[in-house]
Design a protein around this ligand. Structure first.
Ligand code: TYM
Length: 333
């Protein structure tokens, strides 16, 4: 009998512009995993509502993110790609999990604290309970592994705790998922403030390289990247700006940090910036070409979403019925 493949699940919020940090921290690893895992990749539009959205833009962005997933190498023949709001069980399981999560646990979430500072005029309940929706995303599909960047670690710990708690209260129901956080590139920093992470929704466009940026724009952004006043190209926590550029170069060229350091030995910061810009442009060029092709074919994209939703819905329904039965809800005839 063929052994069932383990399941991986991950997702990205359709907010801002997909950037090189999302590619390195998440998407690139999803592509590597999809042959060996039963894979589900979500566009988590319900999460995006925690910050104000312009409806028409949100709609367009979801389709654009889908095309970018595929252009980066996610193959809809191998992986399930779906939009979160197409599968109502996400909201339903969230409610059940809400009722076994303590306020104290949510209060500890550092991302909530960071995001509330950035959105002082709109600190809504969704922003606070968002990690529970994320737990539901993962547990609905019985995921074994969740490939994410380092910023999601705390949310994964909560997910594991909720799975264990539910299993303890109602008997074994959920797989307790493991995070997969890459050894290198799990926390790419902003090009304008290397002490904070690169974020796809940063209002300062120069702080990030978007996957769809024109090559001239990429070169300009890397040239303008904030570095310290040193001269040596060495990875050092005291010099976060240059260290971030070394990390980017190292991950994208698959060279170790010490190989990168020797490659640039005796050279000026500008040499690293020029070469790094070229490496990023070369990495993104085929992705952008594929993206432009895929975006012309709306029927194809809609077909991918339809198939993804059907598959995801079937799986999510299975888990939710089990959950409803265990907690004592009467099944609807
Ligand atoms: P989001 O949309 O903020 O980010 C998407 C993915 O990109 C990673 N990432 C980074 N990696 C390296 N360096 C960075 N500077 C960087 N910034 C972002 C994130 O870690 C993430 O993997 N809550 C999640 C989305 C989500 C999810 C899920 C993820 C919802 N449900 C279920 C996994 C499983 C989020 O806001 O990611």
């Amino acid at each position: 009998m063929e052994r069932k493949k383990p399941i991986i699940l991950s997702g990205i919020q359709p907010s801002g512009q997909l950037c090189i940090a999302n590619y390195i921290g998440a998407i690139k690893n999803w592509v590597d995993f999809q042959d060996d895992y039963d894979s589900i990749f979500l566009i988590v539009d319900m999460h995006a509502l925690t910050v104000k959205q312009v409806p028409a833009e949100l709609r367009k962005r979801c389709l654009s993110f889908l095309a970018q997933y595929i252009a980066c190498g996610i193959d809809p023949q191998k992986s399930t790609i779906a939009i979160q709001s197409h599968i109502p069980q996400h909201a339903e399981l969230t409610w059940v999990l809400n009722c076994i999560t303590s306020l104290g646990e949510l209060n500890r979430m550092t991302q909530f604290k960071d995001k509330s500072k950035k959105n002082e005029s709109n600190i809504n309940a969704g922003l606070f309970t968002y990690p529970i929706l994320m737990a539901a995303d993962i547990l609905l599909y019985q995921a074994d592994l969740v490939p994410v960047g380092a910023d999601q670690k705390q949310h994964l710990e909560l997910t594991r705790n909720l799975a264990q708690r539910f299993n303890h209260l109602y008997s074994d129901t959920f797989v307790v998922p493991e995070p997969y956080i890459p050894k290198f590139g799990a926390r790419i920093m902003s090009l304008q403030d290397p002490t904070s992470k690169m974020s796809k929704s940063d209002k300062n466009e120069n702080s990030l390289v978007a996957l769809l940026d024109h090559p001239d724009v990429i070169t300009k952004k890397i040239k303008r990247a904030v570095t310290d006043s040193g001269t040596e190209i060495r990875f050092d926590d005291k010099n976060p700006g240059i260290s971030n550029l070394i990390s980017l170069y190292s991950v994208l060229t698959k060279k170790s940090v010490s190989e990168v350091e020797s490659h640039f030995e005796g050279k000026m910061y500008s040499a690293l910036k020029i070469e790094l810009a070229e490496v990023i442009v070369d990495t993104l060029k085929p992705i952008q070409q594929r993206y432009n092709e895929i975006m012309k074919d709306k029927n194809y994209l809609e077909g991918v979403l339809e198939a993804g939703a059907e598959n995801a819905y079937y799986r999510a329904r299975k888990t939710l019925s089990k959950v409803y039965r265990k907690i004592g809800f009467i099944a609807k005839k």
